[in-house]
Design a binder for this molecule. Sequence first.
Ligand code: FAD
Ligand code: SF4
Length: 412
Amino acid sequence: MPVDLAPGLIRPDLPAPARRGLCTDGGLSRMALARDCGRACQFIAPDYAAAKRAVHGRARAESGDELFFGPFLAMYRARLTPPAPGAQWSGITTRLAEKLLQSGAVSAVLTMAPDPADRWRPMPVIVTRPEAMAACRGMRMGTAPLLALLEPAIAAGHRRLATIGIPCQVHALRHIEHKLGLERLYVIGTPCADNTTTENVHRFLALLDGQPESITYLEFRPDYRVEIRHTDGRVRTIPFLMLPLAKLPADIFPLTCRTCVDYTHALADITVGYMGGQGAQWLIVRNARGQELLELIRPELVLETPGSAGHRAAAVRGFAAQAARAAGGLPLRRMPRFLRPLVAWLQPRLGPRGLEFARARVEMKAVETILQLRRTSPRRLRRMVPAHVWRLVAPYGITPEPRKAPGPPASG
Ligand SMILES: Cc1cc2nc3c(=O)[nH]c(=O)nc-3n(C[C@H](O)[C@H](O)[C@H](O)COP(=O)(O)OP(=O)(O)OC[C@H]3O[C@@H](n4cnc5c(N)ncnc54)[C@H](O)[C@@H]3O)c2cc1C
Ligand code: SF4
C-alpha cells in the first residue's frame, strides 16, 4: 500500500529488485522494463557517446573542460539567496523542483526523502506539492531505486515529471526515457562518487564522533575537510588527513562506485554540485532544458564565474601511487602523524581549488576505475571504460593494453 507521509509526499510500494552482478539498484530491474537492464546499465555495455548525443545533441568535446565534466552550455559558481534551511548546500536542487511544481511544468517530482526509521537511508518518494519538497532536502549517502517510482507515478496519471538523482540512476533512465510515454521530463542531477551502503555510513559516523546518533549532516568539502553537524547545533570539521580511514573496512565502497566513470553526471539536464564552487555551489547547465531550469530560479541566485587555482598534477600522481598500492593489496603509505596537521593546513591554501579541484577529483576517479578494473575484472575494461577516461589518465602513465584498448560501444 502506498503511504502518504505528508500532503503531497507519497511513498509507493515498490517491487523487489532482480539484482545481478555489478548493480546499484537504480530501480530499473524492479520495473516491467527490467529486460532493458542489459543495455541500460552503465556497468554492462554503456555507450556514453550515443547517450549524450541523444540527450544533448552531441558527445563531449575532446579537449577543454568538457573532457572532464561532460557537455555543457555554461558553468557557474552559485548560491541560492537566502539559503534554504536543512539543505545540503544552499538548496538549489530542492528549489528547482519546487519551482517546477509551482509553475505547473511538472505534476510530480521523483526523488529521495530520509527514511523515517533512519535519517541516513534514502527513501524513494513521489512529490506532488511544492511545499513537500522541503522534507527531501539534504544528502544521504546510499542508493535507492529511484526509477522504480516511474511506473507508479505514470499509473497515477503523471505525464510531466522531474527526477532528482545520481548518475547511475540517470544513465539507465536515459535509456528507457523514450519508452515511458511522458510529455516532459526534467532531469536534475547531482555529482556522485564514493557512495556506499547506509550500514557503512553508520560505521563511518561512529568512527568520526562519539555521538554518531545525533549527527544530521555530513559533507566532504572541497576545502579538504569533512563537516558534520549535530541535532544540538554543534558543527565539527575534520581535515581529510585526520580521518580514521585505516579503521574502515577495505570494501567500504562497492566495486560499482570504485569503477564509476560519470562523477559529474553528464546525462543530467543540469548538474548541481559543489566541487568546482570554492565554498559555494557548482552549476553545470548542459542543454536547453537545463537552461530552462536555471531561468526558473535565476532571480533567486547569486551567479559567478567559477574560479580555478593551484595545480592538480602532483595530487593526482600521489593518489595514483596510493591507488596502485591498494589495488596490489599493499598497505597505504600513511603520512607521518606529526606532519598531518601542517599538511592539512596547507592543503586548502595551496592545493587545487575551484575547477582545478574538480578536475583533480575527476582524474582521480578515472585512475581508480582503471586500476580497480585491472585488478578485479580486467575483461570489463574494454566495455566499461570510455575513450575520454583513457585520455584523462594518460598524463599519469596509464594507458590501455593493446587488447583492452577502448572500442565501440563504450566510446565518448
Ligand atoms: C551519494 C552522493 C554523493 C555526492 N558526492 C558529491 C561530490 O563528490 N561532489 C559534488 O560536487 N557533489 C556531490 N553530491 C551532491 C551534493 O552532496 C549535494 O547534494 C548537491 O550539491 C546539492 O546540494 P543542494 O543544497 O542544492 O541540495 P538540496 O536542496 O539539499 O537537495 C538535495 C537533493 O538530493 C537528493 N538526494 C539526497 N540523497 C540522495 C541519494 N542518496 N540519492 C539520490 N538523491 C539524493 C534529495 O532527495 C534532494 O532532492 C553528492 C550527492 C550524493 C547523493
Ligand atoms: S558512485 Fe556512481 S555507481 Fe556509485 S552510487 Fe554514485 S553514481 Fe552510482
